[in-house]
Design a protein around this ligand. Structure first.
Ligand code: ADP
Ligand code: MG
Length: 379
């Protein structure tokens, strides 16, 4: 009966439509899960695909994105396959494919229904949109982070400079008068001893202020041509006595003789080395080994400072560039060593990378450009 057939057809079409919408809805659900990655979205989407096809039990599916393949188990390059491209912002980045592992009678598109073609296109389009949104989200998060970091550093820089200037004068007085008082004739030993302590404490405070000012980077680097090898040797000479007393061995100091001289501020590069070396030594209170190395690839000068000390947990490592972050006792650390290093290296258009493992040690790599953009402009 024509009526009955028509109704049967309507019912099947409706059923197909429901399947299609359910599949799309689920993809939207998956993509909406907070914190889900693109990989996870694709892996979950792939599991939704085959049940929506007419011969679900012989269907397999895969999604290829940027060359990365997500596939149902047992996916084969079957001869009967349907494909739809994944386009993200006008660029084809991959495809979605459903294939039948066995022969089936010819329908609209090979063994597939035209509804299945529509669904596949809709799924591919949906994936394209989800990826676009996810990538935009990621980029925004990344930029926000960078901005927040730069902003915080700038604010702290201003604050630090202000505090440092304010403290400089009274501190100068403390130091000056302590030194004067020490010259008083007939001073009892105990008083002299106390004055020496005041003097030492004031000197220590002055060091902190110097670092604060350097951190605030009031002065741009005064660049001359610097031989980083020479700076390394000088910094090491300065600290060798301290190495000896703490039982630290300098195992390797491999300085590349072909290292080009780079436009840099020698005092600041020296500061970088001193800060890194002090950290390394402080991380090895019971002795250990220190490795120093320089190398060049013609574009950058690289410097490594490596210690076999305590190492850092990932939580500590994450915060080392945060001003005033320290795990050390008062008097041992100010939490400004690495922020200063970071400030100087950035001002030289270089970068810094730290690898660390608790109980194994720490390896710091500093890369400085041989011809920084700003130096070229100035020429
Ligand atoms: P400070 O040394 O004054 O604490 P830094 O900015 O130099 O400040 O370092 C911050 C923190 O990073 C230190 O307190 C320490 O926990 C960690 N750190 C830095 N360098 C090392 C290192 N070589 N080994 C282990 N921990 C380190
Ligand atoms: Mg330090």
């Amino acid at each position: 009966m024509p009526r009955k057939r028509a109704r049967g057809f309507e019912a099947t079409a409706l059923l197909e439509r429901v399947k299609e919408l359910t599949c799309l809805l689920r993809i939207t659900d998956i993509a909406g899960k907070p914190g889900i990655s693109i990989d996870e979205i694709l892996a979950e989407t792939i599991a939704l695909l085959t049940p929506a096809w007419q011969y679900a039990d012989i269907a397999c599916a895969r999604i290829v994105l940027d060359g990365q393949v997500h596939a149902t188990r047992g996916f084969l390059d079957a001869p009967h396959a349907q494909r739809a491209g994944i386009v993200v912002q006008g660029v084809t980045r991959g495809f979605v494919e459903v294939a039948y592992l066995e022969e089936r009678p010819e329908l609209d598109e090979g063994p597939f229904l035209s509804e299945e073609r529509n669904l596949l296109n809709a799924v591919a389009q949906q994936i394209g949109l989800v990826i676009e949104r996810k990538e935009a989200e990621f980029l925004r998060g990344h930029l926000e982070n960078q901005l927040r970091h730069a902003d915080r550093l700038a604010t702290i820089g201003l604050l630090a400079a202000g505090v440092a200037h304010e403290l400089n004068e009274p501190l100068g007085n403390v130091l000056g008068f302590a030194q004067l008082a020490k010259k008083c004739p007939g001073l009892p030993d105990a008083a002299r001893h106390d004055l020496e302590k005041i003097e030492a404490a004031a000197l220590h405070a002055r060091e902190i202020i110097k670092k604060l000012l350097m951190f605030a980077r009031q002065k741009p680097p005064e660049k001359t041509l610097v031989n980083v090898n020479q700076v390394v040797q000088e910094a090491l000479a300065l600290l060798s006595a301290r190495c000896a007393t703490t039982g630290v061995e300098i195992v390797e100091c491999v300085l590349d003789p072909t290292l080009p001289h780079i436009p840099a501020d020698p005092a600041q590069i020296n500061q970088v080395l001193v800060n890194l070396l002090v950290n390394a030594l402080q991380a090895m209170p019971a002795g250990g080994t220190l490795r120093l190395q320089t190398e060049t690839d013609g574009v950058h000068v690289r410097l490594w400072v490596e210690d076999s000390g305590t190492g850092m947990t990932p939580e500590v490592l994450q915060q080392v560039f945060v001003p005033f972050f320290t795990t050390k006792d008062v008097g041992q650390g100010t939490g400004l060593g690495l922020p200063v290093v970071h400030g100087i290296v950035t001002a030289h258009e270089g970068n810094i990378e730290i690898q660390s493992e608790v109980g194994v040690g720490t390896r710091v790599e500093v890369r400085l450009p041989v011809t920084p953009a700003r130096a070229i402009e100035e020429d």
